[in-house]
Design a protein around this ligand. Structure first.
Ligand SMILES: *Cc1c(COP(=O)(O)O)cnc(C)c1O
Length: 454
């Protein structure tokens, strides 16, 4: 399998190169040249399903037995024997719990695998990398946990001082591995992101320290998430509708890919919080940038969804030049419109979208708690609100539960009066010593720190 860039002007690469590259050199995202179909779906354990979904994407680069072993290692870190169990919520409506990984959010599904993939490919090539990233919370801890035992990776994660929750900070700073560094930056999340971008844009520095990234546009993350959509339809049958709490469009894009590969999914419901650029797009065919503001579901507080570019590329019949020009105009004007025929062909048959205000989120958490005693995290609650609006008789509905309620205890307590306890493997989180550094919002200082990190 070869991969092409959504902007059409980067080299065509194989799987291992795409994983290490992350972003393409033309600024685009890598996609496989074709969407394979999955023949018979195995009845075996999750890791076996994962290896069979990955086989056509990985091609010759990693043999099947190695891929299966990497999947087994990655998913043995999950605290549930089903890895991503399905539980009933209400009549005709189930949840898929994606939060049984080490850091309690669905990002573990992709990042536990990605760390091991990186390490395997780097060992084969006798190379080492330094991963640098900025986080507003979930991604940093999931990325750190995914690479903390990797021999060929150093990781430096920047986070805004005083602006991530206590649980999120402790999940990053209590990891005691020689290859892990965290830095509290005296600034905002945007400042942290700008520092990371500036390090990547400094070609000399980037090459000197072999910088790498594991952000949500990495193809292997999207690929890893495809598996649980097949897990959903092999357990529930089909056709089913699936609702996905959405930020960067990575998770729901994986659902769309599963559908291309033959999973019996009818509709994908894109659920946004008050930062609802995607909902407005799906309902109006026009993507218009407005400001971003903080909500109770911070991992969905986005201005522009980076992974949407992969769907746009399909809508442009895989014409990279057209996609690049369209995105250039979008950057300049803050607005992007798709043609009615594109909408009819690509969006209308599959996607629906809805949004939830913070008020809706709290009342959904409350009503679920009152009816079933179940605690939902605020991101999952956004999904449940939208799923309830769109549910149709006779079509089973599944909502992706993207975080454990204990990851967002303040919102849960505000809605239900109950403060969720951390699961046993994290119960001592608040007693562990923190290892972190503090730096000013200053590129030279951060570069010196990264240079000394390996
Ligand atoms: C990252 C995240 C999301 C959004 O997922 P995308 O793939 O960016 O759409 C939703 N919920 C939680 C808890 C997350 O951490």
């Amino acid at each position: 399998m070869k991969y092409v860039s959504t902007r059409g002007a980067a080299p065509v690469l194989g799987f291992a190169d795409v994983v290490l590259a992350g972003l393409a050199t033309d600024g685009g995202l890598y996609v496989p040249q074709t969407w394979p179909t999955l023949g018979a779906v195995t009845t075996g354990p999750y890791s076996e399903l994962a290896a069979s979904v990955f086989a056509p994407y990985v091609g010759e680069d990693i043999d099947n037995a190695t891929m299966f072993r990497l999947c087994e290692e990655a998913y043995s870190t999950f605290r549930h024997p089903d890895v991503v169990p399905i539980v009933p919520l209400e009549t005709g409506h189930h949840l898929m719990e994606l939060f049984h990984g080490p850091t309690l959010a669905f990002k573990d599904v992709a990042l536990q695998l990605l760390g091991r993939l990186f390490d395997h490919i780097l060992t084969q090539r006798n190379e080492k990398v330094t991963i640098v990233g900025a986080t507003s919370g979930d991604t940093g801890s999931a990325a750190i946990d995914g690479v903390k035992n990797c021999k060929n990776i150093d990781i430096v994660i920047l986070y805004p001082q005083g602006r991530v929750s206590d649980v999120q900070r402790k999940q990053m700073t209590t990891v005691d591995s020689p290859n892990v560094r965290t830095v509290a930056i005296d600034g905002t999340f945007d400042d942290c992101q700008d520092l990371v971008k500036a390090m990547f844009n400094d070609a000399t520095f980037r090459e000197q320290h072999n910088l790498s990234a594991v952000n949500s546009i990495n193809w292997a993350r999207v690929m890893a998430q495809v598996v649980y959509y097949f897990e959903a339809t092999r357990k529930m049958g089909g056709p089913i509708d699936i609702t996905v709490p959405t930020g960067n469009f990575g998770n729901v894009l994986s659902g769309w890919i599963a559908k291309q590969m033959g999973a019996p999914i009818r509709r994908l419901l894109v659920a946004s919080n008050e930062n609802d650029i995607l909902t407005r797009f799906f309902n109006s065919q026009s993507m218009d940038v407005t400001g971003v503001h903080p909500t109770l579901s911070p991992s969905m507080d986005i201005q522009v969804s980076s992974n949407f570019e992969r769907l746009l590329f399909e809508m442009n019949n895989r014409d990279g030049a057209v996609t690049a020009a369209q995105l250039g105009r979008f950057r300049d004007r803050g607005s992007l419109v798709v043609e009615p025929d594109q909408y009819e062909q690509w969006i209308a048959p599959t996607f629906r979208a809805g949004s939830a205000s913070d008020h809706d989120t709290l009342s959904t958490m409350r009503s679920v708690y009152e009816h079933s005693g179940m605690l939902l995290d605020p991101h999952t609650a956004v999904g449940v609100k939208v799923a309830r609006e769109y549910a149709e008789d006779g079509i089973p509905m599944l909502t992706m539960a993207t975080a454990h309620p204990a990851k967002f205890p303040d919102a849960v307590e505000r809605a239900t009066g109950e403060r969720p306890a951390l699961p046993p493997h994290l119960a001592n989180l608040f007693d562990l010593p923190e290892h972190t550094s503090a730096l000013p919002n200053d590129l030279a200082a951060v570069q010196a720190f990264v240079a000394a990190a390996h």
